[in-house]
Design a protein around this ligand. Structure first.
Ligand SMILES: Nc1nc2c(ncn2[C@@H]2O[C@H](COP(=O)(O)OP(=O)(O)OP(=O)(O)O)[C@@H](O)[C@H]2O)c(=O)[nH]1
Ligand SMILES: [Mg+2]
Length: 301
């Protein structure tokens, strides 16, 4: 199982030298703060936030390097806001969760990881193979279902995704399942017909079960950094999102974009993907994220 510290190492590495200097030194010189500013920008922390951080740090610099790092930590934590843990247990049964995103963002793997996590939280889970675009998409989810020993509902490749969604929620109702996780095909946020198809899928769920989908979670690829943000806005406009999931944080040196997601998208960051295995998805925790970004030594300040 991957941990936060190792998963965030690529991003942390960008500014760890500068932080080490701050940590050890007295009042930081302007040049060290300039270096830190550049590092934060390279880590894809959004520009306005970096501006705010630097203004604070310059004011606090006379208190010494360690104090500056403590300020940085506090400010970064505050910038993430509150992300209450998702409560798996709920009165609604089944809860239909729609997983959406662009091609290759990590949706299918995330569905499998979520199934694993939900079951560890005492939920009975059904997977729905709503990616009917490609036979390989269905096969990939079936592979995971077999690996996890989890039930899966799948149509034939090329089937209508909305029909599969309808069947999946019907099966979840009939079986008394707690959670239905519906995978969908990757789609470009700029392609209107594909976004309309997503609305059709959501409509099919609602037709069978009023109120469904109960959650719509967008999977974002952390290696894209802030480039993923325009995708997020367009998905949100086409189908109201209830949360974001940040996948592939372990492969990214741009994890600072999570601050942009938290501040600009207006939906909670629910989970974070720290690796490829089924137990490499964890509920997003702002404290852990900032600690892993700044490193253990700084975290104890
Ligand atoms: N390192 C790492 N790899 C991940 C993570 N999540 C997904 N991946 C990998 O990213 C690749 C794409 O993942 P998929 O789950 O197939 O992505 P998808 O969004 O379903 O792709 P399409 O269905 O083609 O749109 C796979 O090789 C996954 O193993 C993660 O958190 N960390
Ligand atoms: Mg997929």
């Amino acid at each position: 199982m991957a941990n936060w510290l190792s998963a965030l190492s690529r991003t942390r590495k960008l500014f760890s030298d500068t932080l080490a200097k701050l940590w050890k030194g007295g009042a930081p010189e302007g040049i060290t703060l300039d270096e830190l500013e550049e590092n934060l920008l390279r880590a894809d922390v959004p520009v306005p936030l970096v501006g705010e951080l630097m203004a604070h740090l310059k004011r606090e610099a006379r208190h010494g390097g360690a104090a500056a790092v403590a300020v940085l930590r506090r400010q970064l934590r505050a910038a993430l806001g509150d992300h209450a843990a998702f409560a798996w247990a709920a009165a609604t049964k089944p809860r239909a969760i729609l997983i959406v995103g662009v091609n290759g963002s990590g949706k299918t793997t995330t569905c499998a990881k979520l199934a694993h996590l939900a079951r560890n939280n005492g939920q009975q889970v059904l997977l729905g193979a709503g990616d009917t675009f490609r036979a390989a998409g269905v096969e990939q989810l079936k592979w995971w279902a077999h690996h996890l020993q989890c039930d899966v509902v799948a149509g034939a490749a090329g089937a209508d995704a909305a029909a599969v969604a309808f069947d999946a929620v019907a099966a979840a109702q009939a079986r008394g399942t707690d959670v239905l996780l519906l995978d969908t095909a990757g789609r470009m946020h700029t392609r209107t017909p594909l976004m309309q198809e997503l609305q059709k899928v959501a409509g099919a769920l609602a037709k069978k079960m009023p109120g469904a989908p109960h959650e719509v979670w967008l999977v974002l690829d952390a290696t894209l950094g802030q480039n993923a943000l325009s995708q997020a806005r367009q998905f949100h406009a086409a189908i109201p999102l209830t949360g974001a999931i940040i996948a592939k944080v372990d492969g990214s040196s741009k994890a600072g974009f999570v601050f942009a997601v938290a501040q600009e998208l207006g939906v909670p960051v629910r989970f974070i993907g720290l690796g490829e295995g089924e137990d490499d998805l964890q509920p997003f925790e702002a404290d852990k994220f900032v600690d892993a970004l700044l490193g253990a030594e700084q975290a104890s300040a």
